[in-house]
Write a protein that binds this ligand. Structure first.
Ligand code: FAD
Length: 314
C-alpha cells in the first residue's frame, strides 16, 4: 500500500527521518496540478553535460519541463579523469542560473588530486553550489593516472575535512553488488565505510528487480546505515543502449524482459517504449508501495520517458 502521509513514510522512519537535512524535508509545491502521488514522492533527475549547442538547448528544454515536478535537485555527471570537468561545471552553472532546482555536480576520484578537487569545489562554492554526488568513477579506456584517491570513501572524507558540512553529499549504492566487488558482503562493508565518511544520502545504480533493492535496504539497515537510500530509475527506450550500460555496470535485465526488448528492438519501437514504460512504472509503484518516497531518474537528457513514468504513479 502506498504511504498515506508525507511526514511518516516507511523509508523515512527506517532511515531516521529526524536526521534528514532540512533540504530533504519538503520540496516546494506550487503547481496545483500535481497529483497526490507526486506530492508524496520526491524526484531528482540526472543529466550528462552536452557537447554541442544543440545538445545544450535540448537539455535546457528538458530541465525546464522536468522542473514542473518540483525536483529536489538536478544532477550532472562527471567524466572520470576530468574529461567533462568544464562541461559539468558549465551545465551546473547554467541550471543554477536558470533557478529551476538545486544544481548538483558529480565529482569523481579517477586522476583527481587534493589540490584539483579543492580548486573545483571552490569554484562550485563561488557559484552557490552546496550539493555533490561523490564517486570513484570508472577508468576510461586509454587514459588512466591513478590520482590521489583510491575509493569514493576517501574523497568523501577529504571533502568533509576540507569543507565541513558545506556540501550535502550523495554517494552511490549497488543493490545488485558493484561489478568489481570481491563479494556482496565486502561491497556492503565498503558502502558502510563511505557512509561513515560523511555521506548524507545514497543513490542506487538502476535495477529492474524491486526485491533486490529491498534486500539491500534491509542489509544496509542491519549494518547500521541510517541515511536514505534512493532508488535510481532508468527509463527504457532503447534496448541496445540499455544492454551496453547494463553489461558495463552490472545491472541485471531479467531474462523475460531482455528477450522481449531484443525482439521488439528491430521491428516495433513503439511497442518497446510501451513495454519499457509499463515495466519501469510498475517497478516504481512497487517501490513506493514498499515505503520509498524519493526516486532518482537517469534521464539521458530526455524529459518525456521520466514524465511518462511519473504520470503512471498517480
Ligand atoms: P566506490 O564506492 O569507491 O567502490 C568501487 C569499488 O571498490 C566497489 O567494488 C567497492 O566494493 C570497492 N571498494 C570501495 N572501497 C573500498 C576499499 N576501501 N577497499 C577495497 N575495495 C573498496 N561514474 C562516473 O564516471 N561519473 C559519474 O558522474 C557517475 N555518476 C554515477 C551516479 C550514480 C548514482 C551511480 C550509482 C554511479 C555513477 N557512476 C558515475 C558510476 C560509478 O562511478 C561506478 O559505478 C564506479 O565503478 C564506482 O563508483 P563508486 O563511487 O561506487 O566507487
Amino acid at each position: 500500500m502506498a504511504p498515506t502521509s508525507r511526514t511518516t513514510t516507511a523509508t523515512e522512519l527506517d532511515a531516521g527521518a529526524s536526521d534528514l537535512p532540512a533540504r530533504n524535508a519538503e520540496a516546494p509545491r506550487s503547481d496545483a496540478s500535481l497529483t497526490s502521488s507526486e506530492i508524496m514522492t520526491k524526484y531528482s533527475f540526472e543529466f550528462f553535460p552536452p557537447r554541442t549547442d544543440k545538445g545544450r538547448e535540448n537539455l535546457q528544454n528538458t530541465w525546464r519541463k522536468l522542473a514542473v515536478h518540483a525536483p529536489e535537485y538536478f544532477s550532472v555527471t562527471f567524466g572520470a579523469g576530468g574529461s567533462t570537468m568544464e562541461g559539468t561545471f558549465d551545465t551546473v552553472k547554467a541550471i543554477s542560473e536558470d533557478g529551476g532546482a538545486a544544481a548538483t555536480p558529480h565529482i569523481s576520484c579517477i586522476s583527481a588530486t587534493r589540490e584539483g578537487v579543492n580548486g573545483l569545489l571552490q569554484r562550485y562554492r563561488e557559484v552557490g553550489i552546496n550539493r555533490l554526488v561523490v564517486l570513484r568513477g570508472d577508468v576510461p579506456s586509454g587514459m588512466y593516472s591513478p590520482g590521489e584517491f583510491r575509493y569514493a570513501n576517501e574523497l568523501v572524507s577529504f571533502i568533509r575535512a576540507e569543507h565541513g558540512q558545506h556540501f550535502h553529499i550523495s554517494v552511490a549504492a549497488y543493490p545488485e553488488v558493484h561489478p568489481q566487488a570481491k563479494s556482496a558482503s565486502e561491497d556492503l562493508d565498503n558502502f558502510v565505510r563511505k557512509v561513515e565518511a560523511g555521506a548524507d544520502v545514497a543513490i542506487t545504480q538502476y535495477f529492474f528487480n524491486a526485491d533486490g533493492y529491498f534486500d539491500f535496504l534491509q542489509r544496509a539497515r542491519q549494518a547500521g546505515v541510517n541515511i536514505p537510500i534512493v532508488p535510481g530509475i532508468m527509463p527504457i527506450t532503447n534496448y541496445a543502449q540499455l544492454a551496453r550500460f547494463s553489461d558495463a555496470c552490472g545491472a541485471e535485465i531479467p531474462r523475460w524482459l531482455r528477450l522481449q526488448l531484443a525482439d521488439l528492438e528491430s521491428r516495433d519501437a513503439a511497442a518497446l517504449a510501451e513495454l519499457g514504460q509499463r515495466v519501469v512504472s510498475e517497478l516504481c509503484q512497487r517501490l513506493i508501495a514498499g515505503g520509498v518516497d524519493e526516486l532518482h531518474f537517469y534521464t539521458l537528457n530526455k524529459a518525456l520517458p521520466s514524465q511518462q513514468i511519473i504520470a503512471q504513479l498517480s
